[in-house]
Design a protein around this ligand. Structure first.
Ligand SMILES: Nc1ncnc2c1ncn2[C@@H]1O[C@H](COP(=O)(O)OP(=O)(O)OP(=O)(O)O)[C@@H](O)[C@H]1O
Ligand SMILES: [Mg+2]
Length: 334
């Protein structure tokens, strides 16, 4: 397992913010997200529905098309700034150097072409392989992701596969060019536990064989515990805790993360979607100016009316509780 110290980061987000001006008001979907992913490193992003995980991913890839979107901050891929660089510059990167697995596998597959055709097109866009070579590679990839009888199934249409199979096809496509970075948005949420495990294994193999970096977006702390080297916890568009996976899972600092982990029966075991934490899910239109989690936090104090700054160090959080208060509260809880 590699860590950040070894090499320049493959992906570096600095203060990424995405807001949408809507008729109802301004929605700050992503608000000051910074993170750094080293080579061969798996970075997990976790947070409940609506916390801005997918918007962050689309925006960093230049796929947020909404005319009412305002995107600021910096996205560096292999040291190069790519935020706002436009389709022409991004096309060789998307699907080539950066593999993508979107939340809904059907959005990645066109219903009117066979899966083989789609993988071949993707490979040919990013390599010099001939059609025949690309087809052979497509069959090989489908075999690798566990599609039985790949030689025949390569000519099937997406609707002829089950949901789990389609997700495998999407993963085959995302891995077809041995990406330096794989961004996977809830790659296993819709799948049964056995298929989930196989898909996570496949992604780990991509990292092990090609030293690819992975950003994995999930609701599931079990997936984080199994896959991630580092983790960022998001709440209402903001990062609220980040650090090495073991530190965050064993010594969570933010009350929101305590709740998330409370939702996992045992660390390392895969759970269903996050259990509900008391209080309503935040309306994106009225996120408080201070700590976004304050309205749902059991430990809210006067200080929480102001936005808490990031703490220092490798394991950071944005919460006004002092270390002494935190330790006392955790002891009381357990
Ligand atoms: N084009 C848009 N215009 C206005 N609001 C948007 C737009 N796209 C996303 N949002 C809002 O941004 C917020 C973050 O959405 P996002 O899809 O990133 O959540 P998520 O963390 O991926 O949730 P989930 O876990 O359900 O996939 C949501 O409140 C969503 O409604
Ligand atoms: Mg999402």
């Amino acid at each position: 397992m590699s860590t950040n110290e070894h090499a320049a980061p493959v992906l570096e987000l600095t203060d990424l913010s995405v807001s949408f001006s809507t008729r109802q008001g301004l929605i700050r979907a992503v608000d000051g997200l910074s993170l750094s992913v080293g080579r061969g490193e798996v970075h997990g992003i976790v947070g409940e529905s609506g916390s801005g995980k997918s918007v962050a991913m689309y925006s960093l890839l230049g796929l947020t098309r909404d005319a009412n979107a305002s995107i600021t901050g910096s996205v560096r891929f292999e040291g190069r700034e790519i935020l706002g660089s436009g389709d022409k510059a991004m096309q060789p990167i998307r699907g080539g150097e950066i593999g993508m697995i979107f939340q809904d596998p059907m959005t990645a597959l066109t219903p009117v072409y066979t899966v083989g055709w789609q993988i071949v097109e993707q490979i040919r866009q990013h390599t010099d392989l001939t059609k025949a070579q690309a087809k052979a590679r497509a069959i090989e990839l489908l075999g690798e992701v566990g599609i039985p009888d790949a030689k025949r199934r390569v000519d099937s249409y997406p609707h002829e596969f089950s949901g789990g199979m389609r997700q495998r096809v999407v993963i085959a496509m995302a891995m077809s060019c041995n990406p330096k970075l794989l961004i996977a948005d809830e790659p296993t949420t819709a799948l049964d536990v056995t298929t989930q495990a196989q898909i996570l294994d496949l992604m780990s193999r991509l990292r092990d064989v090609h030293n690819s970096s992975i950003v994995i977006i999930t609701h599931d702390m079990g997936v984080i515990a199994e896959m991630a080297d580092r983790v960022t916890v998001m709440y209402a568009g903001r990062p609220i805790e980040a650090g090495p996976e073991l530190d965050v899972v064993r010594h969570p600092r933010h009350p929101y993360t305590w709740g998330l982990l409370g939702a996992v029966p045992r660390i390392g075991e895969r759970s269903e979607r996050l259990a509900t934490i008391a209080g309503n899910v935040m309306s994106p239109l009225d996120v408080p100016v201070g700590c976004a989690f304050a309205p749902r936090c059991a430990y809210v104090m006067d200080e929480c009316a102001a936005r808490p700054p990031w703490s220092d160090g490798d394991h950071r959080s944005a919460c006004w509780l002092s270390d002494t208060q935190r330790v006392a509260l955790r002891r009381k809880e357990s």
